[in-house]
Design a protein around this ligand. Structure first.
Ligand SMILES: Cc1cc2nc3c(=O)[nH]c(=O)nc-3n(C[C@H](O)[C@H](O)[C@H](O)COP(=O)(O)OP(=O)(O)OC[C@H]3O[C@@H](n4cnc5c(N)ncnc54)[C@H](O)[C@@H]3O)c2cc1C
Length: 394
């Protein structure tokens, strides 16, 4: 096997899954993660489809099921917290033959990370500041000044990928803004007394809460903005102020949720964006996950497809005996058309994701009432299937 020593930037969903499979296929992966440790808390992701298949091959389904938040239902409420429409989550699970979970993104990352072999080198609290490559190697300079050589480098460092910035160009070249901003954070000592995903809408805005299985409540906000907002990515206070201005007067539980902002330690705020680029690789360097094919939260599939892409990349490297030119090309050939379809579907969904009027909210609520009719229910649930992607056995 050639090119065995592979550095992965990012210990998120894609990076840890890739490390798992590379190791299993006889490579020698290492991970560098900018955060000092794995992130805690954060938002929940629906987990099904190709990622579920990959997790099954990794033998981590029991751990994932243990972390399943297992919502009873998705419920749309009015300003008095009165239910106006709902959908039974169990219906989705049944439709997918039980192969669906809702899990905190941080739990998913931790479970994959814990499944890694102990001899995989993991460098926390550091990042790559410079990348050079030649016919034989990739040389990375780390933030602490140390230079290291690897055979290959994979950027699995998310929507704002550092490797992509250093090698392929600025984010603006690849980002498609979907018209929304989102925020999520955890609140202690705020009981909601059920295990539903409760969603409240006013035109152009949505606030939601759910219990995250750890005696905490997680918030999920999303609001429409025709243009990208100007703020510093590292200025959390500034981002909290934006969220506050958008939601503190919106009614329902929003004032309480916003007043808890100051106490939260896992605040997340970002634009809802996709990444589209061509090609995904340059020489000995390639990208996976949100770094090169982010479908955005509108697809509801980013993490499951981050895992699928990681499995395919590792598998193609194995099949090509480490011949990276061949493997990178195959990885893109097999996976990109599928991802393009998912991105298109998410973009289409973006138009109607948040109702723009009270009438739109009413229509959405009525539509969910039709879910009790099998034909409507089947049409709606069809979106959760990833039937076009069959994973190869490597
Ligand atoms: C609110 C919200 C809801 C979502 N809901 C769903 C859902 O229901 N279902 C679903 O499947 N997906 C969902 N997603 C999408 C999903 O979370 C992402 O697509 C997925 O996490 C992408 O995985 P990744 O490994 O590519 O990136 P990430 O999970 O973002 O991981 C990237 C890693 O790289 C690290 N990193 C960043 N910069 C550097 C650097 N300079 N050096 C080293 N490391 C670095 C980060 O710290 C992180 O650990 C949602 C996303 C959001 C925001």
């Amino acid at each position: 096997m050639n090119n065995k020593h592979i550095l992965i930037s990012g210990a998120g969903i894609a990076g840890t899954t890739l490390a798992f499979w590379l190791k299993k296929f006889g490579f020698n992966p290492a991970i560098i993660e900018v955060a000092p440790k794995l992130r805690e808390g954060g938002y929940a992701v629906d987990f099904m489809g190709a990622g579920y298949d990959v997790a099954e091959k990794m033998d981590i389904i029991a751990e994932l099921k243990n972390a399943d938040i297992d919502f009873s239902k998705l419920t749309f409420v009015d300003k008095n917290n009165k239910e106006k429409g709902s959908m039974n989550y169990q219906k989705i699970k049944n439709f997918l033959n039980g192969r669906a979970l809702t899990i905190l993104r941080s739990d998913l990352a931790k479970i994959i990370f814990n499944s890694l072999d102990n001899d995989i080198e993991v460098i926390f609290g550091n990042t790559i500041t410079n990348i050079e490559q030649d016919d034989e190697k990739v040389t990375v300079t780390l933030q602490n000044g140390i230079k290291r050589n690897f055979d290959l480098l994979v950027g699995a460092d998310g929507l704002h990928s550092n490797v992509r910035n250093l090698v392929f160009g600025k984010e603006i070249l690849f980002e498609t803004y979907c018209g929304y901003y989102t925020s999520s954070y955890t609140i202690n000592n705020f009981s909601i007394g059920n295990n539903a995903f409760s969603m409240y809408n006013i035109p152009y805005k949505q606030a939601a809460i759910y219990s995250n299985k750890k005696n905490q409540t997680t918030t999920f906000f999303i609001f429409s903005s025709p243009h990208k907002l100007s703020y510093q990515h590292h200025d959390i206070d500034q981002q909290k102020q934006i969220l506050k201005a958008e939601f503190e007067d919106c009614g329902w539980k929003c004032p309480q949720l916003i007043s808890a902002l100051d106490l939260t330690t896992d605040f997340y705020f970002d634009s809802v964006s996709q990444i589209k680029m061509e090609p995904w690789s340059q020489g000995r360097i390639t990208l996976i996950g949100d770094a090169c094919y982010c479908p955005s939260l509108l697809s509801g599939k980013g993490s499951t497809l981050a895992m699928a892409g990681a499995y395919i990349l590792a598998g193609e490297l194995k099949q090509a005996d480490g011949n990276y030119q061949k493997a990178f090309k195959q990885y893109e050939l097999l996976f990109k058309p599928f991802m393009e379809k998912k991105q298109k579907a998410a973009q289409f969904f973006a138009k109607s994701f948040i109702p723009k009027s009270n009438f739109g909210i009413w229509i959405r609520n009525q539509a969910f009432k039709l879910m009790s009719i099998p034909l409507f229910s089947k049409l709606f649930l069809g979106q959760f299937k990833d039937s076009e992607l069959t994973l190869k056995q490597y």
